[in-house]
Design a binder for this molecule. Sequence first.
Ligand code: ATP
Length: 235
Amino acid sequence: MLKLRNVQSYYGNIQALKDISLDVREGEIITLIGANGAGKSTTLMTLCGVVPARQGQVIFEGQDITAMAPEKIVALGISQVPEGRRIFPYLTVTENLDMGTFLRKDPKGIKQDMDHIFELFPILAERRNQPGGTLSGGEQQMLAISRALMSKPKLLLLDEPSLGLAPIIIARIFDIIKRINKESNTTILLVEQNANLALKVADRGYVMETGSITMTDTGQNLLANEDVKKAYLGI
Ligand code: ATP
């Protein structure tokens, strides 16, 4: 579904991605793990066109999207849930969800999908008329994921969904991530500092260090890997 080949990205003169190659197959949950500043978020930003690659190629479903504008990439079926959630605090829950549908022109489908979201996250249904900014951190994360789902993505990019949340809420968010993957066949690329949880849900993982990928394997094998255990799992 998605291929990155020798991708290099920069912020001004600072090189954030050195030579990133990775693959995501349809139906998979793939995770990128690594320390602060390793380049995980930049990888997501690059593949959805926000930080354009200076070298290399990004291919989505056979199409070269390396130099494509972000809104065109969204229209192809890639949607990102950014780090820190970034919902619209003064818009209601329903209005936030509507923002995810700006490229769609099927009111019936939109209504069905919103009902489905409210089934998946009953708390959002209860709070549908409340401003997003009044929700708890976990509820805002659910809203940010739901807003991205409203664009009906084929590939969902999740940047640190566990950030700043209590363990019980994180467990619920990760259950939902698995359900979204299985029930609506949404492929997921998940960036996480919580390597333990991320590797448990992922089919495969990539380890990033200072702008490069240093290891890749199944989630299970990476969880059992001694170097990964020492560096990222605190074991
Ligand atoms: P984190 O978990 O802290 O978000 P990360 O692995 O996602 O880490 P990135 O945010 O992709 O890492 O950062 C990669 C490198 O790019 C770091 O050296 C970071 O300081 C730098 N960087 C990130 N954003 C910017 C920016 N807007 N301007 C300049 N440098 C940046």
